[in-house]
Structures are given as structure tokens and as C-alpha cells.
Design a protein around this ligand. Structure first.
Ligand code: BJW
Ligand code: ZN
Length: 253
């Protein structure tokens, strides 16, 4: 990791009153969750992003349901990693702090983060396609076929946001406000190709925020990041935390 970049990130965060964080699949990679566009992003030979569409569900609800069923089964034993723990601890470190995620895995919450803005929903919830009724469902394994809604008999689906669907309005509005007013936006583990989430970075940069990117690989953010921290989130964030606050939060428990 580049020491000068780390020092610049520390300086920006030390002077910050409002901090926002935007995470993507990469923050959960070290917990064992495959990223979407990485080598683990294929399921039964299909691209994960091609199954995450309303068209795929309309064509073959059982296939798409089984894709989510398998992901839930794989997720169940996984635990938050040091990156999730540092990002949860920061809620008590900065005067104003907003954690925004594109992930549906619930690992930020499992690490103790409160009020996480989940832009793309949550894999542990289901929603009726007919009446919209939502419920939490942590059953693993899920039934092999999509269940029927207890209220109206409609087909249930995972409560996640597919391509072409709107993001949850309240979460996206709160995320936009946080991006617009943040002194620093930390962008962790996202390829930044999916909108409108990726647009939050542009918004923050235009509104004067310092943008710190944590990612081992280049992303679509390119010139938008002020500080680039090249490395895995589970290493970079505990190091940043240690320099800022003396560390300890991301280690061990
Ligand atoms: C590490 C690491 C380690 C690895 N540490 N890092 C404007 C322009 C162009 C298109 C559009 C636009 N506005 C809207 C669109 C259309 C579309 C879109 O963005 N398309 C583009 C792809 C072209 N957007 C939408 O449709 C959105 N809805 C919408 O805009 O509604 C309004 C509307 C309606 C109708 C018409 C038009 C507009 C909805 C988007 C929903 C995205 N859903 C998914 C699936 C969620 C459910 C599920 O989990 O199955 O969300 S797709 C998938 O991508 C998932 C993710 O949240 C999202 C982002 O992926 P992410 O997190 O960035 O993962 P990866 O794999 O891409 O990247 C991982 C990164 O981690 C890499 O950079 C690695 O290097 C890094 N990494 N190890 C740190 N250890
Ligand atoms: Zn219903």
C-alpha cells in the first residue's frame, strides 16, 4: 500500500465532520462472497448480472429463485471481515457518518453497523410480486420453488433491486443527501459501473468532497478519486483505522 496515499487519506479523514462510505461487493470478498464481475460471478454457466433482472424472473422464476437460494445457502455461514468491522466502528468515531451499500448480504449489519442504507435491497427479505407485502425470511435452505404470499397468494421474489428497477426511494434520497454534504466519501470495493449508485461518487466530488477509493484493482471511478488506496479492504481499512484511532477495531473480534 502506498504510504503517501495512506497519509493523505488520514489527513482528509482527520479534518472531516461528515463522512460517507459507499461499499460494493469487494468489501465482502474477504468474507468469501463472490463479486459480480469477478471470476466467481458465474452461476451454472450464467452471468450473475444476467440473472438479476425482472426479465429473467418473468421468464423462469424457479431458475432465478434457485440462484438466490444457493447464494443464501453460501452466505449463511459467512461472517463479517475486518473491513466490515472498521466501517461499523466508524459510526461512533465521526460526528456525522453514513454507510451506504450496494450489497444485499447483510454483512455490514452483522458487523454491528446501524442504519445502513441498502441501495439494492437485502437477500434475507422477500416481497410479493402482486401486493408488494415484504417480510424477512432467513430460512436456509429456501424452498426449491418461489413461495406464495400468505396475504394474497401472489408469487414471492427476493427483495433485491434488479436492472431497470427503481432503488428504494428513502434509502437513495438519504444516500444522495449524504454524498452531497460529505467532507469525505470513502468508496470501497465497487467497480462503479452500476447507476445510480456510482453517480453518488460524482455528486460527492462535485460538491467538494475528498473521494478516497479502496480497491486492489482500477475501477470506473478513474479520475474521480482524490486518493487511491490500492489493496484489499480487509487490510487497508484496519490500517487506516489504526493510523486514525490507534486501531484494534478491525482485529480479531
Ligand atoms: C475488492 C476486493 C477486496 C475485489 N477489497 N475491493 C446511467 C448510465 C448507464 C446505465 C444506467 C444509468 N442509470 C441507470 C442505468 C441502468 C442500470 C445500470 O447501471 N446499468 C449499467 C450496468 C450499464 N441501472 C439500473 O437499472 C438501476 N435502476 C435504475 O437505474 O432505476 C431507474 C431506471 C429504471 C428504468 C430504466 C432506467 C433507469 C438498478 C441497478 C440494480 C443493480 N442490481 C445488482 C443486483 C442486486 C441483487 C443481487 O445481489 O443479485 O446489484 S447488479 C450488481 O451490480 C449488484 C451490485 O450491487 C452492483 C454493483 O456491483 P459491485 O458491487 O460494484 O460489484 P463488482 O463485482 O462489479 O465489483 C467488485 C469490485 O470489488 C471490483 O472493483 C474489485 O476490484 C473489487 N474488489 N476484491 C476491495 N478484497
Ligand atoms: Zn401478496
Amino acid at each position: 500500500m502506498n504510504d503517501e496515499a495512506l497519509a493523505r487519506a488520514v489527513e482528509a479523514l482527520r479534518g472531516a465532520t461528515e463522512v460517507a462510505v459507499l461499499t460494493g461487493a469487494g468489501v465482502s470478498a474477504e468474507s468469501g462472497v463472490p463479486t459480480f464481475r469477478g471470476s466467481g460471478g458465474l452461476w451454472r454457466g450464467r452471468r450473475a448480472v444476467d440473472l438479476a433482472t425482472p426479465e429473467a424472473f418473468a421468464r423462469d422464476p424457479t431458475l432465478v429463485w434457485q440462484f438466490y437460494e444457493e447464494r443464501r445457502r453460501n452466505l449463511e455461514p459467512l461472517a463479517p471481515n475486518p473491513a466490515h468491522r472498521v466501517l461499523a466502528a466508524w459510526q461512533d468515531r465521526f460526528p456525522a457518518y453514513t454507510l451506504i451499500t450496494q450489497n444485499v448480504d447483510g454483512l455490514h449489519h452483522a458487523a454491528g453497523a446501524r442504519g445502513v442504507l441498502e441501495l439494492h435491497g437485502n437477500i434475507w427479505r422477500v416481497r410479493c410480486t402482486a401486493c408488494g407485502l415484504e417480510r424477512e425470511d432467513r430460512t436456509v435452505p429456501f424452498p426449491a420453488l418461489p413461495p406464495r404470499c400468505a396475504a394474497c397468494g401472489g408469487l414471492e421474489r427476493p427483495c433485491v433491486v434488479w436492472f431497470g428497477e427503481n432503488l428504494p426511494e428513502d434509502a437513495f434520497e438519504a444516500a444522495s443527501r449524504a454524498a452531497a454534504t460529505a467532507d469525505v466519501l470513502v468508496v470501497v470495493g465497487t467497480s462503479a459501473v452500476v447507476y445510480p449508485a456510482a453517480g453518488l461518487v460524482t455528486m460527492a466530488a462535485h460538491c467538494g468532497a475528498t473521494v478516497i477509493e479502496v480497491n486492489p484493482e482500477p475501477s470506473a471511478l478513474a479520475g474521480e478519486a482524490t486518493v487511491l488506496l490500492r489493496g484489499p479492504a480487509g487490510v487497508v481499512l484496519p490500517e487506516l483505522d489504526a493510523r486514525l484511532f490507534g486501531g484494534g477495531k478491525g482485529d480479531g473480534g
